[in-house]
Design a protein around this ligand. Structure first.
Ligand code: NAD
Ligand code: MG
Length: 395
């Protein structure tokens, strides 16, 4: 049996929820994968702990003020890992010789720069950072295509569609895709009315019924903005127009999404809600590898339910559709306003219903411009953040 080539993997966002799942799968296959670069934002102690276990060649902390703590911690632990700090070092490592595969698992627009760097360098990118596609979908996919980079979706819905299509090109001749159906758990507040959402707390919002995830995406799941971001993500990943994308609420979170073909056939991908499956798909692709996730016992699960999303109680989903249809910088504005609003909600500065109100405010105040340059997109992101922060402070 041929031994597969050793893949050298950079895990960006190593200290997060996706980072932990990626490192879990990687550690099951020491002959196949070597974690060569580990990166985090500011959690230097957690990064040091991961370095002791995984012994990467390089460790990067984005917050440059933490450089000496990282360097000294690595030295004190007797590790040969080289310390780096700052965004420029992060981008250089994502694009550099130390890795051929990049797990893009930084949360938010902060992940765009390193993802673009990996794309320009022609890496295999396991893309969890959906915000980079929402902010700069055309630029990122174009950059990847030109450089021969492979983008493999990690978001469970998009991995499901990728597995059903065995490709990202849903619009190619003969693919026969009529529509894709993204499933949504509905989040912790499914079934509540708008009025019942007025007083919900950050602790309630992050308690997701089916998935264990970082705080930002957990709030996005509670507002349904997560599904809105995913509709835009699917549009870019699979090259499909908005009219061919639909959302279906499925509270059990066992069917991860579906593809309907022109002959009437519908394929679905199913499995327990555990991100190690999609990370194993991306790491091993096109081969299947062990992930540590058990198979699905449908007799024990019993039933699968489906319902339409409630866009009155959860206006974020409709706002995302609106931004996608407007195009240009509108999705970047949506994403930036949402990041600022979610951060303020998590800090207890605003209520839950202020999140869609602030996003709506940014979309209706700021004009959508052309999205063809990175500078233009970053300027739109910055303006939307300033506008939203001012609105939060003066509320
Ligand atoms: P998390 O909050 O658990 O982890 C975020 C990681 O990003 C941490 O390692 C943190 O140190 C790092 N980080 C934050 N700011 C940074 C910066 N400025 N520079 C460098 N690193 C920075 O988040 P998560 O749940 O793991 O989600 C990560 C991404 O994956 C998000 O885009 C999310 O939408 C996506 N995603 C997550 C899940 C999930 O199950 N958790 C599922 C689908 C998609
Ligand atoms: Mg998802």
């Amino acid at each position: 049996k041929a031994v597969p080539a050793l893949r050298r993997v950079a895990v960006l966002g190593a200290t997060g929820s996706i980072g932990a799942s990626a490192l879990d799968v990687i550690a099951r296959h020491p002959q196949r994968f070597q974690p060569t670069v580990l990166a985090a934002g500011s959690q230097v102690d957690a990064l040091l702990a991961l370095c002791r276990v995984h012994q990467p060649l390089h460790a990067v902390i984005a917050d440059a003020s933490l450089y000496t703590r990282l360097r000294d911690g690595l030295r004190d632990a007797g590790l040969a890992t080289t310390a780096h700090a700052g965004d420029i070092a992060l981008d250089a490592l994502a694009a550099g010789e130390a890795c051929d595969t990049v797990v893009a698992a930084i949360v938010g627009a902060a992940g765009l720069s390193s993802t673009l760097a990996a794309a320009s360098a022609g890496k295999r990118i396991l893309l969890a950072n959906k915000e980079s596609l929402v902010l700069a979908g055309e630029l990122l996919t174009r950059t990847a295509t030109l450089a021969g980079a492979e983008i493999i979706p990690i978001d469970s819905e998009h991995s499901a569609i990728f597995q059903c299509l065995r490709s990202r090109d849903a619009s190619r001749e003969g693919a026969g895709v009529r529509r894709i159906l993204l499933t949504a758990s509905g989040g912790p507040f499914r079934g509540r009315s708008r009025a019942e959402l007025e007083q919900v707390t950050p602790a309630q919002a992050v308690a997701h019924p089916k998935w264990s995830m970082g705080p930002k995406i957990s709030v996005d799941s509670a507002t349904l903005m997560n599904k809105g971001l995913e509709v835009i993500e699917a549009h870019h990943l699979f090259g499909l127009p908005p009219a061919h994308i639909e959302v279906l609420v499925h509270p059990q979170s066992l069917v991860h999404s579906l593809v309907e073909f022109m002959d009437g056939s519908t394929l679905a991908q199913m499995g327990l809600p555990d991100m190690r499956t999609t990370l194993a798909v991306g790491l091993g692709w096109p081969e299947r590898i062990e992930s540590g996730v058990e198979g699905l016992d449908l007799l024990r699960q019993g039933r699968l339910d489906f319902e339409a999303p409630d866009t009155d109680a959860f206006p974020c989903l409709a706002l995302a559709w609106q931004a996608m249809r407007a195009g240009g910088t509108a999705p970047a504005i949506l994403n930036a306003a949402n990041e600022e609003a979610v951060s303020a909600f998590l800090q207890g500065k605003i209520g839950f219903l202020a999140i869609p109100a602030l996003v709506d405010n940014a979309l209706s105040t700021l004009p959508s411009g052309p999205a063809d340059t990175l500078d233009g997109l970053l300027a739109a992101d910055k303006h939307a953040r300033q506008l939203t922060r001012t609105a939060i402070e003066t509320a």
